[in-house]
Design a protein. Structure first.
Length: 142
């Protein structure tokens, strides 16, 4: 695939597996589900699952929400409160971008080459954070 052709192809249910590797050598893992559902011209991404951390005694329930929209030849991702998060171009197999939230820096690249299985790769650095996060999304049967 040459890249994600449109926002609409994300609609539906996805199995999510995430690994967070911290600079201190510790690791967190998330297993759960992401649901992309239509809300007018946007998609709402809701994730729910369990986060297991080497630094915690028991797994924790974890949730997150993002708002996706298509604008011309790009995808815009916003936080739940509609603050802009980042944008990536459509039609590129491995688009990437940087989000600055001083003093932190977030670099992300997407990999749609095996769509409908796709991945995100985050490199996050700041005074109190330094980690690499890989998330893999695999379409679930409807």
């Amino acid at each position: 695939m040459s890249g994600l052709p449109s926002l609409a192809v994300l609609e539906g249910r996805w199995q999510v597996s995430r690994v967070i590797l911290h600079n201190d050598g510790s690791k967190d893992e998330f297993e759960g589900e992401a649901v992309f559902r239509r809300s007018g011209p946007r998609l709402i991404q809701d994730e729910e699952g369990w986060l297991t951390s080497e630094r915690a005694a028991a797994p924790m329930k974890a949730t997150r929400r993002y708002i996706w929209s298509g604008s011309g030849n790009r995808l815009d991702v916003a936080f739940e409160d509609m603050r802009p998060f980042h944008s990536v171009p459509l039609g590129i197999a491995t688009p990437g971008t940087t989000y600055l939230c001083p003093p932190d820096r977030y670099e992300v690249s997407y990999d749609f080459t095996d769509f409908p299985t796709w991945s995100t790769f985050w490199n996050v650095e700041g005074p109190r954070k330094n980690y690499r996060m890989t998330s893999r999304f695999k379409r679930k049967s409807q």
